[in-house]
Design a protein around this ligand. Sequence first.
Ligand code: APR
Length: 268
Amino acid sequence: MADRIRSAAEALFRSQSAIALTGAGLSTESGVPDFRGPSGIWTRDPEAEQKAYRSYERFKKNPKEYWVERLTGPSLLGDLAGVSPNPGHLALAELEAVGILKWVITQNIDNLHQRAGSRRVIDYHGNAFKLRCASCMARYEPKDFDLPEMLQKGTLPPTCRTCGGIIKSDIVHFNESIPSDVSTLSLEAAVASDVMLICGTSAVVYPFANLPRIAKRLRRESSLPLTVIEINAEPTPLTEQGISDYLIQGKTGEVLPRLVAEIKKGSR
Ligand code: APR
């Protein structure tokens, strides 16, 4: 592992446009469960996964009921306001602060990258602390609407002040399209990257899992370099299919700070 951390540090140190792609594995050390790991939510409760596959359908069919459930029902990931960034999040924020990391593209909805100090974050699957118009994609903060009063008075769902469309959580549900501004920016960042750190994801959910594949192919066709480095507790299809150059198998909260320390050593 030490050798691979040294190589990764070297690659990042020399990079012109490094980015990080992250998943639920980055937040497990903050107490937020993942989905498909050994004690993941879907692993433990396959029915919950089936229910999640119907969320977007339920929203379209009955947005009022969708909102009542969001405001009164249990949260799948627990209390996201009550957890804190871990050393993995902080290490990525530090890599941005020293000018090495240009973007973090995350599948996580927990806002922990932003709370760790990362500023250039793309919430690929949305953000649990934001709302979005399902028609024009305008973004809102929850405080822009008095949701508890709307619940009490039965005036849910909130509607968009720009187009009158129905407001939903910013979270991207299964079977819902990735908002076009998010997918365009993510693809541009991926194709422009020369080093891609892929941290804490099983890399089985699309279209996110396509980002490293498309970037690798397009950069190869233009004879541009791209080193793809996975940091994960277990191998993924990216490892098995040789999309990643190598896997650093371990905990992101331990490996990422070691990577930063190694880079600092190199820059002295
Ligand atoms: N360090 C490194 N790897 C970890 C850690 C950790 N501390 N904890 C868990 N892992 C690994 C797991 O072994 C697993 O391979 O992280 C991976 C997490 O994979 P998933 O649970 O599938 O999460 P993710 O890839 O983010 O899921 C993608 O699926 O359910 C949907 O919308 C949801 O955004 C999510 C998407």
